[in-house]
Design a protein around this ligand. Structure first.
Ligand code: PRX
Length: 631
């Protein structure tokens, strides 16, 4: 493949080229795609605005790159291997030809249901192959998809639908995950009570459970498919037209709808996929993420398919029917590249290694991790037991906002190093800043991570709130993109991500803002105020610790804690439920009334011997009380 770097020397040469002249570098890469019209200018940006545009004036449709262009050469090759939740159900192998036909047919269903270019379509579905079809069908006709992870609650779903004023919802009767069934249609029905912009809900039948039917809104997916053919020309999209919106948690307030555009996103996800994983023709690649997250968008759907790869989609969970499932699937489908999250690795490492050893993993060539820092122990377990010390591990640092992998080794080309994401990809210029925003010049250093120059897959804005985009990402350090992470750099320039420097906590690889969780807790009628922080957890990486003040006269007990967890679950989703809830009489506050989370974090982490100066607090006496009653 022409996009692939093949040696360390080549990496160094390409990296240099990409920094000296980003426009030329990316123009050369972009030549490898199908464009309906070429760009007139490669890059235009002004990060003081902030504004970033790539491949200006170019026209394309990403699905022609993911589907049509492969039909002549690999129409019969498997595009998607779909592995169901239950091992007793048969896996599906969908060829490029079949996927093309399914996408075109469903694109026609969308059109029949009133969807036009630019309309927003919310997708709230389990990990069935039709989820990938739905995503691509939206892209085919230029509709903007907004996938909402099927573990979110009805309130969270409604908030996302309303924020983007979605016109159509795609959902399912239910979803299988391990031994549980999620009643997706019921949750969606609840959400739609407060979503006036939704005109149609197209329901895929997966679990066959009974659902309530609203004839003025609901139509069955399979019945709609009977009314269409599979002929659907690809809509002409401008390079900077919106491809999708994907929500991510902010450290304050409502979720941020990150906006990704067509041209740059396609180029960067494809380029990074091929280089990081060193995918070779005929390989079987498996990313265990859910398409509800950016990892699934970029590295289950778009990057792999645009590369003509075979990508595995898994409906289930690593623990079902037992903790050997991942390895059973690797053996069964002869997986070559395997990409998962540290939280899954830690959970699996707790179980007997026979669960790994009994499977033949000899086809594995590359292992990957994403979503949070990987600790040394988990890294070695992965290397020893899964990779048998022969597979490079790519620890890929990136974000919903960055669209694609930013810092990672290239498998077998650049060296990996336990717990380090290592080196930037070509085109990415990370720097470390001190607290005053000055660039730290020493190679060996620790500081705030920032990125200096634009890359093609950067999110262009927050849907409907460009000012917030500017405030969150471009204001702290002018002319730099600020990801919100801290990092350290070793003498060879390798980066290790040390964690968030804001009020976002990564729980089991999920990005959770503490503010929305506090807001949810405060909704409980017996709660006055609350503060939520993260604390180290040996499987989840971090878990949530909530400090809660109740009204006078309330006697807090386990029942109340249970109710509070339920409120959080209903408002955001089960993933946001605090592990620990401590009822307190007060929260440590500064004189300006700000909660001193630093102290609460230390108490939650059991680091009470080293709390720092608390004398400047408005109410220093509450600290001892919190420590004395710590859970
Ligand atoms: O803190 C970093 C952490 O996950 C955050 C981004 O979360 P999200 O937008 O949900 O995207 C996750 C999947 C790309 C980052 O700000 N993070 C992600 N990858 C790593 C990581 N932390 C350390 N090492 C990583 N490899």
């Amino acid at each position: 493949m022409t996009l692939q770097i093949r040696s360390l020397e080549e990496y160094q040469k390409e990296y240099q080229k990409s920094i000296e002249n980003p426009a030329n570098f990316w123009a050369e890469i972009a030549e490898n795609f199908v464009w309906k019209k070429k760009w007139s200018k490669v890059l235009e940006y002004d990060w003081l605005q902030p504004e970033t545009k790539w491949f200006l004036g170019a026209q394309l449709n990403i699905t022609e790159n993911c589907l049509d262009r492969h039909l002549d050469t690999k129409g019969d090759q498997t595009a998607i291997i779909w592995e169901p939740n239950s091992p007793s159900e048969e896996a599906k192998h969908i060829s490029y030809k079949e996927l093309h036909s399914q996408v075109c047919a469903f694109a026609n269903v969308l059109k029949n249901n009133g969807v036009k270019k630019g309309d927003r379509v919310c997708i709230y579905m389990p990990m069935v192959a039709e989820l990938a079809v739905a995503v691509l069908a939206c892209a085919r006709i230029g509709a903007v998809h907004s996938v909402v992870f099927a573990g979110f609650s009805s309130t969270a779903l409604a908030a996302r639908i309303n924020d983007a004023a979605c016109k159509v919802l795609l959902t399912a009767d239910g979803g299988f995950r391990g031994d549980k069934i999620t009643p997706l249609k019921d949750i969606a029905d609840e959400a739609l009570k407060t979503c006036p912009t939704i005109q149609k809900s197209i329901v895929y039948k997966r679990t066959n459970q009974e659902v309530t039917w609203n004839p003025s809104l609901d139509v069955w997916w399979h019945e709609e498919l009977e009314k269409v053919d599979d002929n659907c020309p690809a809509e002409v999209m401008d390079s900077e037209d919106i491809l999708f919106i994907l929500y991510t948690s902010g450290s304050t307030g409502k979720p941020k709808g990150m906006v990704h555009t067509c041209g740059g996103y396609m180029v960067y996800t494809t380029y990074s996929f091929q280089n990081v994983f060193q995918y070779k023709e005929g390989d079987i690649y498996w990313c265990t993420a859910d398409i509800g997250w950016i990892t699934g968008h970029s590295y289950i759907v778009y990057g792999p398919l645009s590369s003509g790869a075979t990508t595995v989609m898994f409906e289930g969970v690593p623990s079902y029917p037992d903790y050997g499932r991942f390895w059973e699937v690797c053996e069964k489908h002869k997986v070559n590249q395997f990409y998962t999250a540290p939280t899954a690795i830690r959970a699996l490492a707790k179980h007997p290694t026979e669960l790994v050893d009994k499977y033949n993993l000899s086809d594995l060539k590359v292992l990957g991790t994403v979503g949070e820092p990987i600790n040394e122990e988990a890294w070695h377990w992965y290397d020893d037991h899964v990779g048998k010390n022969k597979c490079p591990i790519v620890d890929t640092w990136w974000q919903t906002e960055t669209g694609g992998m930013m810092i990672s080794s290239l498998a077998g080309i650049t060296k990996d190093k336990p717990t380090f994401a290592t080196l930037p990809l070509p085109g990415i210029q990370p720097v470390l800043l001190d607290n005053d925003g000055n660039e730290i010049q020493n190679t060996e250093a620790e500081g705030i991570l920032a990125i200096k120059n634009p890359w093609p897959s950067l999110a262009r804005t927050i849907y409907g709130d460009h000012q917030r985009y500017k405030n969150v990402y471009f204001s702290a350090y002018p002319n730099h993109y600020f990801p919100g992470d801290g990092a350290l750099r070793d003498g060879q320039g390798n980066y290790r991500i040390t964690g968030r420097v804001d009020d976002v906590v990564i729980v089991s690889g999920h990005n959770l803002g503490t503010a929305p969780i506090e807001n949810a807790i405060n909704e409980h009628e017996k709660v006055v105020e609350s503060a939520v922080v993260g604390f180290p957890h040996d499987i989840k990486g971090n878990a949530l610790y909530a400090y809660v003040i109740t009204y006078d006269g309330v006697v807090p007990d386990d029942e109340l804690a249970k109710e509070i967890r339920q409120v959080v679950s209903n408002t955001i989703g089960p993933i946001a439920k605090p592990d620990k809830i401590q009822f307190v009489s007060g929260l440590p506050k500064t004189r300006s009334g700000k909660i001193m989370r630093r102290i609460l974090r230390k108490v939650a982490a059991n680091e009470t011997s080293n709390l720092g100066d608390v004398s400047t607090l408005l109410n220093p006496e509450v600290v001892q009380n919190i420590i004395d009653n710590k859970l």
